[in-house]
Write a protein that binds this ligand. Structure first.
Ligand code: NOJ
Ligand code: CA
Length: 510
């Protein structure tokens, strides 16, 4: 792949616990992932991004890292991880891993050392220990400060098991430089940076949000970029969640991150004016910086796209979540097929969250006692949280565990997933899996990095052409629309009605 592969890549997100289980304990692992690499190659993605694979007590699905230089034993070993990187590379698939710099696990060596040390010690100064708690709230609910036995308090923007690092301490900077080198030396091609905008804290300004986007956070990424430039072709992808596009774009300056997830697009409702606006604004903020846009429909933190697009309110809102709000899944399915063709046609990179290519819906009936997301208990059992999009994948067969492994999956799979297995869909020309495969194949030569030209169209239709001559049309109106003159229909998200594009349908024309 060329040096600039990442600018137009299709990147597949693997949530390792739920991808494939190789040893029958019901939990996904590296053996399972390695055995399914041919599936990913066949699907046609350019890279995989794995959410954290490090040793972790799993208080937050692995985003509570106990050791940044090893592999979680239930997932496998460091040696297997190295083999995985090599095997992926042999299939021309790049590997992106997740680094979590804002917080560690409370079981990390550093935090344990801090607990054993005195107030005011160097060990405590790697985190935020105080004699009195502040009033910030945890993003997962409840207070952001917890008390330790000697009376001091420490900061955790997420769960209490995730103490925040003190990024004014040079030791923390040094540690993460070492961690980056550790993985770059093992051949990883990129790093997804967790909670990238919240590392630096301003406690004194009185701002309840004094941890978001503080100016000094950019110095962290400038240092990381310099380090990455010592290697050939390694990239950073930022998880930067906030609405201000101009401030978001600062993370993409040429000496900072290469790309960042486009959550504005993810949160955008299924509405032509809103989508057009999101796309235009994305292009307008990225292009002058030379940074490629990215297009994201879902990930492991939000409702599955089939369900989201089947609800009355199709936008995403972390605060509202809308768990259990009725969804017309048939409608959501049709729209998510169209949304996939839209996202894959737009200029830049595209992310596919595992199961999106199978059209999986959100699982909304997981029994409370099986739920593992810390949001569930921390919200006083009122917000079910993110487990519904993390249910183990259905691979084959007619009943659970659907080829996920041989043991009982860590979250129960719906019986109705017998129709959604990768095996069943591989044989079905009309399936979501076939649509993704066909789209990715066309995308390889004709789409990806570049720019777009909008075509004149009715307001409820998105219509644009790419440099290759491919035209993408999405009909978000309630009436069918006429196709413009074309040579061939390359791909459509649903059946066309003669020369007309039905509602909630997308088409790629040459
Ligand atoms: C963002 C991750 O995507 C999410 O899963 C996690 O809970 C938080 N960051 C905290 O690390
Ligand atoms: Ca396993």
């Amino acid at each position: 792949m060329p040096e600039t592969w990442w600018r137009g890549a299709a990147i597949y997100q693997v949530y390792p616990r739920s991808f494939a289980d190789g040893n029958g304990d019901g939990i996904g692992d590296l053996a399972g992932l390695r055995s399914r690499l041919p599936y990913l190659a066949d699907l046609g993605v350019n890279a995989v991004w794995l959410t954290p694979w490090y040793p972790s007590p799993m208080a937050d699905g692995g985003y509570d890292v106990a050791d940044y230089r090893d592999i979680e034993p239930t997932f496998g070993t460091l040696e297997e991880a190295e083999k995985f990187i090599q095997e992926a590379h042999e299939l021309d698939i790049k590997v992106i891993i997740d680094v979590v710099p804002n917080h560690s696990s409370d079981q990390s060596a550093w935090f344990q050392e801090a607990l054993a040390a005195e107030p005011g010690s160097a060990a405590r100064n790697r985190f935020w220990f105080r004699d009195e708690p502040g009033d910030w709230k945890s993003i997962f609910g409840g207070p952001a400060w917890s008390q330790v036995p000697d009376g001091q308090w420490y900061l955790h923007l997420f769960a209490p098991e995730q103490p925040d690092f003190n990024w004014t301490n040079p030791e923390v900077h040094q540690e993460f430089h070492d961690v980056l080198r550790f993985w770059f030396d093992r051949g990883v091609d990129g790093i997804r940076i967790d909670s990238a905008a919240v590392l630096v804290k301003d406690f004194d300004g009185g701002d309840p949000d004094g941890y978001t986007d503080q100016p000094e956070v950019h110095d962290v990424y400038r240092g990381w970029r310099r380090l990455a430039e010592e290697y050939d072709n390694r990239i950073f992808i930022g998880e930067v969640w906030f609405p201000d596009q101009e401030r978001f774009a600062r993370y993409l300056r040429p000496d900072e991150m290469h790309t960042a997830f486009n959550f504005d697009f993810l949160a955008c409702p299924w509405d032509p004016a809103a989508l057009r606006h999101s796309i235009e604004e994305t292009m307008a903020t990225h292009i002058p910086l030379g940074a490629p846009p990215t297009w994201v429909l879902s990930n492991h933190d939000v409702a599955r796209v089939v369900t989201r697009l089947g609800r009355e309110d199709t936008s995403w809102d972390h605060g509202a979540r809308r768990d259990g709000v009725p969804a017309d899944l048939e409608l959501g399915y049709r729209r998510s097929r169209a949304a996939a063709l839209l996202a894959m046609a737009l200029p830049g990179g595209v992310y596919i969250y595992q199961g999106e290519e199978l059209g999986l819906p959100e699982v909304e009936d997981i029994p409370g006692e099986l739920r593992q997301d810390p949001i569930w208990p921390r919200s006083g059992y009122t917000i079910p949280g993110r487990d519904g999009c993390r249910v183990p994948l259905p691979w084959s067969g007619g009943e659970p565990p659907f080829g996920f492994g041989t043991g009982e999956p860590w979250l129960p799979q719906p019986e109705a997933w017998n129709k959604l297995t990768a095996e069943a869909q591989a044989q079905d020309l009309g399936s979501m899996l076939t649509l993704y495969k066909s789209a990715l194949a066309i995308r390889r030569d004709r789409l990806g990095d570049g720019t777009l030209t909008w075509l004149d169209s009715a307001p409820e239709v998105l219509a644009f052409t790419r440099e290759s001559g491919l035209t993408c049309l999405v009909n978000l109106g309630s009436e069918p629309v006429r196709l413009p003159p074309h040579e061939t229909v390359l791909l459509a998200s649903g059946p066309l009605e003669g020369e007309e594009l039905p509602t909630d349908t997308a088409v790629w024309l040459a």
